[in-house]
Ligand binder design. Structure first.
Ligand SMILES: [Zn+2]
Ligand SMILES: [Zn+2]
Length: 100
């Protein structure tokens, strides 16, 4: 977040693209790669919108990781449950068959 050089400054627009503020404008790299200085990768944000943008991205990433963890965890539970149900079902089938 800190290394904004004169190189990216020339891509800056006159106002923050989020709130329209005119002060403390910074270049935000949309793909978070500071070497990608193509104009479509650079957004002009004031310092507070820039901070907010990064905070939001961090929590979005965290949320994505949690989602993945949740789906992994539920898959494990489903696997375990599935195995148990199969075991019960086959046990039931053999008792049923032995009674016939
Ligand atoms: Zn702003
Ligand atoms: Zn940024």
């Amino acid at each position: 977040m800190s290394s904004y050089t004169g190189l990216s400054r020339r891509w800056l627009k006159g106002a923050c693209e989020a709130c329209g503020g005119l002060e403390r404008l910074e270049a935000h790299h949309i793909d978070e790669n500071p070497k990608n200085n193509r104009s479509q990768n650079i957004q002009t944000l004031c310092r507070s919108c820039h901070r907010a943008e990064h905070a939001q991205r961090r929590s979005a990433r965290l949320e994505a990781r949690l989602d993945k963890w949740r789906s992994d965890a539920s898959r494990v539970v489903i696997d375990l449950l599935g195995a148990k149900i199969l075991k019960i079902a086959s046990g039931f089938r053999s008792t049923f068959l032995s009674q016939v």
